[in-house]
Design a protein around this ligand. Structure first.
Ligand SMILES: NC(=O)c1ccc[n+]([C@@H]2O[C@H](COP(=O)([O-])OP(=O)(O)OC[C@H]3O[C@@H](n4cnc5c(N)ncnc54)[C@H](O)[C@@H]3O)[C@@H](O)[C@H]2O)c1
Length: 330
């Protein structure tokens, strides 16, 4: 499966215009949410009709996809129309999904406007929506033609969104990118780090487009992290995704040592980096007990075992590691 063209720019208006010209795009639609319509759309040359959805995870439903498809139909979008998704992971996941099924699939381009989108969600061709109580339950693997990354959009992104996404930057570096760990530690410029993490994700997805193999490395911190997120939601006190992933990484790093996969010295360095970079502390006993029931429902589980992706050294990891739930200790 061919991956998208990945482009970095400091002038999204110019890049957008030249992309449209070079690809002879005559009919296109821009999908935004209400925030990206307000803050990000003005940075593009206004050439195409805009479809706007409400912001946030609540929009990731089949009903929103139906609304988008309805608007495409009403505006006579043809088979050669192109969708530009201008937004964070919510917009790129939904817009990509709509593109993948409209007239059996039309072209689309992601223009991520959140840090998470730039380093993760906009890359790799996973599209989809939530269904009933399950996150990302319906979807397709459908590659965008291009991902156009511009840091200009980060100027208006709320600080807490950046902090949350930074945990994913640290995760990708620790499990798959020793060089990026070095860049983070030596405080290299943000554009350089973002470009490296985005390219790393792209490289991994190229090797394993359907998430059957090495792409699972990127789940580091997420087995415990997702269960913790669900637990916090269940007690009516939700946390940012990045906080949950950071807590997950802290626990899973120690688990890697217990399983003999990682040395104490490497683990210490990793734990320090995670806390320094995310300012998140490890799980307390109450949180650990609280999340346990939610581990059982993880879709990565196999026959009573909980499946983890764990670090084996800084910047390296192993995936598909099965641990009996009873062996998980506080
Ligand atoms: N497809 C994948 O591979 C993949 C990977 C990771 C995450 N995801 C999905 O991504 C979603 C989370 O993405 P996200 O963190 O980007 O959240 P998001 O898309 O909800 O954006 C976060 C908030 O920031 C606002 N916003 C976006 N850009 C802005 C800007 N430049 N200025 C001001 N406000 C802006 C949005 O309107 C929203 O309120 C989840 O649904 C998750 O499942 C998908």
């Amino acid at each position: 499966m061919k991956q998208a063209e990945l482009g970095f720019t400091f002038d999204i208006s110019h890049t957008f215009a030249s992309y449209c010209e070079a690809n002879e795009i005559n009919q296109a639609f821009i999908i935004t949410d209400e925030n990206t319509r307000k803050f990000c759309l003005p940075l593009l040359p206004q050439r195409f009709p805009v479809i706007t959805i409400p912001p946030g995870e609540v929009s990731k439903t089949l009903a929103t996809v139906e609304t988008i498809l309805g608007e495409l139909l009403e505006k006579n979008a043809g088979r050669h129309a192109v969708i530009f998704n201008l937004g964070g992971g919510v917009v790129t996941d939904i817009g990509g999904f709509a593109a993948s099924i409209y007239k059996r699939g039309i072209r689309y381009v992601n223009i991520p406007t959140t840090l998470l989108g730039m380093v993760d969600a906009a890359i790799g061709g996973k599209t989809g929506v939530d269904f009933q109580f399950y996150k990302n339950y319906l979807g397709t693997f459908y590659q965008p033609d291009a991902v156009l990354v511009s840091l200009q959009f980060l100027d208006t992104l709320p600080e807490e969104e950046k902090e949350s996404a930074w945990a994913e930057v640290v995760k990708t570096a620790l499990i798959a990118g020793k060089e990026v760990v070095r860049m983070i530690k030596s405080e290299e410029p943000l554009p350089k780090i973002i470009a490296s993490v985005a390219s790393l994700k792209q490289e991994i997805c190229e090797k394993d487009p359907r998430d059957e193999d090495i792409r699972q490395l990127l789940n580091f911190g997420h087995t415990i992290g997702h269960a913790y997120e669900s637990y916090r939601l269940s007690i009516g006190d939700p946390v940012m995704h990045g906080t949950a992933v950071a807590k997950g990484m802290l626990y899973e790093t120690i688990l890697a040592v217990r399983l003999g996969l990682l040395s104490d010295a490497e683990a210490d360095r990793m734990l320090n980096l995670i806390t320094d970079q995310t300012h998140v502390s490890g799980l307390n006993e109450e949180e650990f007990r609280g999340l346990m029931p939610f581990l059982a429902g993880d879709k990565k589980n196999r026959q009573g075992f909980i499946v983890f992706s764990l670090p084996t050294a800084i910047g390296q990891g192993a995936y598909g590691i099965k641990v009996p739930q009873a062996d998980l200790k506080f």
